[in-house]
Design a protein around this ligand. Sequence first.
Ligand code: ADP
Ligand code: MG
Length: 634
Amino acid sequence: MNNKQKKKLRRIVVALAVFAVLEVLAVAGVFESLPYGLWIEFAAFLVPYLIAGYDVLRRAWHGIAHRQPFDENLLMSIATIGAFALVFFPDAEPHMAEGAAVMLFYQVGALFESYAVGKTRKSIADMMDIAPDYANVMQGGELMQVDPADVAVGDEIVVKVGERVPLDGVVVSGRSQLDTSALTGESVPRVVGEGASVASGCVNMTGVLTIRTTSAFENSTVSRILELVENASEKKARTENFISRFARVYTPVVVGLALAIAVFSPLAFGLPISESVKSALIFLVVSCPCALVISVPLSFFGGIGAASRSGILVKGSSYLEALAQVDTVAFDKTGTLTNGTFGVVAVHAGEGVDRDLLLSFAAHAEAYSDHPIALSVVASYAGTIDREKIAEVEEHGGQGVSARVDSHRVLIGNDALMRAEDIDVRNCHLVGTILHVAVDGEYLGHIIIADMMKDDAKEAIDGLHAAGVKKTVMLTGDREQAAAAVAAELGVDEYRAQLMPQDKVAQVEALLESHDGNGKVAFVGDGINDAPVLMRADVGIAMGGMGSDAAIEAADIVLMNDKPSQIARAIRIARKTLSIVKQNIVFALAVKVVIMILALPMIGIATMWLAVFGDVGVSVLAILNAMRCLRVRK
Ligand code: ADP
Ligand code: MG
């Protein structure tokens, strides 16, 4: 509890104590026995009322002065002042005690609200407490602590045991285990050694590491995550916007209705005016929309928090809402369902072509590409790459690469790329991705490479089906054979092969179009070539660990640990959040409507007590329910 909350609690306790004493005196009939007893009682109950509620009255007054009066402060002020004012009706029962009690319990509810919101914020902030305070840099033979923002790209930093990695980089020396749980939700530590790339935000557990930084602080993983989470609350869900619009319209309507009850029921039914005013006041108390205004955003906030605890970054509650309605999921293949680290299966050089020459041309042509295929070809090349020899590198997205190597024009890629240059290819019976290589318009042969399926790729597809996703589709630029093999192994419902990046957009658009009802389409990609598809889908999900910056930028949801099985979990979290939001809306409105009806002057069963317990009770229950969003089932 913070200081402000403590102060409020103290005020409430004092007011409650005074109130209790007065109530005992009132029940014992002490006030009645005094001369001017009614007025003494009136003045006496004003004391706890003002102690508990002076800030509510002040805020209501502030609202009126600024011409934005319609909020719960106004409702509470009118209702409680009205309860006290009943004393001026000679034939009415006085309701001063209720007036004070309404204010007291309203404040108890408000205190609980702010406590719950604070607690949710804090537990998300704790989870997100990944920002490093300093980086250790060697300066003049001594290790100095500097602000991570002052470390340049390419500088070496030292991360001691127990410290958080401050910047993204590559290990230059040392071996250690990293705790990546703050980023990925993964509890198994990751072993790293020389050459491994490490993300900022991980905790170094067992050995000192020297790291050469690969990005500046503001582009490091930590900064990007914090920025995403901070901005998440700006992209509001439709439900959330609906609630705030609803509250704006609802409050004046309720005040108008209350006024109508107070004025018309004596005229229409001949009820005493004191009765009708009392009904109107009860009506006002119970109509307070705070249960919804607080609990709905709190639920979304909790859902986003729960997701980030599992390494799923959701960029806004609107995406959580959309995710809950997803019934079609389209996947990219390479890097999303597969690891994106290819091994060379076979090299088929044409007749009279030297195998090593073929590989050398391939590796040189790929040397400047970031595509997983290129990285794998370069990695499996045994010779050294002479970058001096390479020029005019051009990437043909979804097809391959062309480059000038040693004054030869080298082309490496799939059938489509070769066809575009009128080069005849030889096909291959082996399963895998085929890389045709042509030099100066002559076909040299091909390299067959194969990718490993991600460990949890099958689990991911099964999980989605189990979660009620109707259709899973794999979209890939790879050739038919490779796609069919992967599709069959994983059990995806449909696949489309040999797609160019723009074809993937068209495919997702077709899925969006062919869609009936409210179901939404998600696309999951690693972002190499597919940022536009991520933008086009209702929900774009990117692999954050290996995904490109453009993909993380374009996506609505980022999976930090690159595990496709997290998608099903994200959907479960989203659905749970939405169902809690709906429960709260239905429950709060139902209780309120019932009490409102009971309060109507013709029925007249509801009392002020019922109204205040109804209102505060609903708020507290709705908030407790909303806080369930924060919990994740493993
Ligand atoms: P996916 O849709 O499976 O993620 P891409 O759209 O990135 O694949 O690429 C589609 C196809 O284009 C690959 O299967 C490969 O045949 C070819 N290709 C793309 N980039 C390269 C490259 N750098 N070198 C060789 N071939 C490539
Ligand atoms: Mg890809």
